[in-house]
Design a protein around this ligand. Structure first.
Ligand code: NDP
Length: 282
């Protein structure tokens, strides 16, 4: 028996969420501020809630997917939340998630925060990763994609979301910088891409071992010492400058390593830079 669900917010993402629930056979109620956006879903079998209060009705779980947290607070400001189960998949930061969780719980809701790591067309497939945090979910929303429950702290989904973004853009920036260098020698992006991919995959394989060093706060130079790495970094900066490509990224990488070396960590292994990342920069 599929859990009855309500989807509140039928923008590009909310519509995809509602459609995935319908396809999987969940009794699906929908609500949107601009009611006309529900028409197609109603034709596909969704029930249109006449009011937001109706969409929050008991017995099911309500998925919220609005522009931002202030829209959520504005919309639910006057609604009765006693006994409701809310899953807020609206994007935001961890402080907003924690505040909204406390606000909703005080009003009697069971509140789970979430973050969607996918585009609307991927919703309903295993590729759509949906992060949840807060009280352990006692409902089934696997129809949306791969659900990953991270823990009790409602801020965790937003934190993982942002951590994923910094990983994604760091890898892409590194690749683009390398591509710019190779283009000066007439090598096109498509030729370099498989090589770059191999390096990215190789480096990704180091993460579990390096994570152990971070967690033990012990950084023996088993592979190479930071001062050895720093010599390669100097080379990376000089080459970028000589080629006339943007050197901001290599300079940033080198500046952080130089600070760690100046603080006495030159003989340790690269993950000792966690010390640089744990404090606010200048
Ligand atoms: P849209 O702009 O398409 O939809 C926004 C929705 O929010 C609409 O349903 C809109 O209602 C509603 N809304 C905004 N303000 C209010 C309000 N004050 N009261 C009631 N309803 C309101 O955005 P998306 O669907 O693309 O995104 C929704 C959330 O999903 C965002 O937080 C986004 O970051 C997140 N997300 C989106 C992804 C994507 O690829 N699209 C990917 C991952 C996350 P109305 O129709 O009446 O304007």
């Amino acid at each position: 028996e599929n859990t009855p669900v309500s989807v509140v917010g039928l923008g590009l993402m909310g519509t995809a969420l509602a459609r995935a629930f319908l396809k999987a056979g969940h009794p699906t109620t929908v609500w949107n501020r601009t009611a006309a956006k529900a028409n197609a879903l109603v034709a596909e079998g969704a029930r249109l809630a006449p009011t937001i209060g109706d969409a929050l009705g008991p017995g099911g779980v309500t998925i919220l997917c609005l522009t931002d947290y202030s829209a959520v607070r504005e919309l639910l400001g006057d609604a009765g939340l006693e006994g409701t189960k809310l899953v807020n998949l609206t994007s935001g930061d961890s402080a907003q998630a924690r505040e909204t969780a406390a606000w909703a719980e005080k009003r009697g809701a069971r509140y789970v925060d979430g973050a969607i790591m996918a585009i609307p067309s991927a919703i309903g497939t295993a590729d759509a990763v949906i992060l949840l945090s807060g009280p352990r979910p006692d409902f089934e929303i696997g129809a949306l994609g791969t659900i990953s429950y991270l823990g009790e702290d409602p801020g965790l989904a937003s934190l993982y979301d942002v951590a994923g973004l910094t990983m994604m853009w760091s890898v892409l920036n590194a690749w683009l910088h390398g591509t710019a260098m190779l283009k000066t020698a007439g090598i096109d992006a498509a030729t370099y891409a498989p090589f770059a991919q191999q390096i990215a995959v190789g480096v990704a394989g180091w993460l579990p071992g390096y994570a152990e060093q971070v967690d033990k706060d012990s950084f023996p130079a088993e592979v190479s010492a930071l001062e050895t790495d720093a010599r390669a970094m100097a080379h990376m900066v000089e080459e970028s400058e000589a080629l006339g490509v943007n050197a901001e990224l290599p300079k940033l990488i080198k500046a952080m390593a130089d600070r760690a070396i100046a603080a006495g960590h030159g003989g340790e292994q690269y993950p000792v830079l966690i010390r640089e990342f744990e404090r606010a920069g200048e």
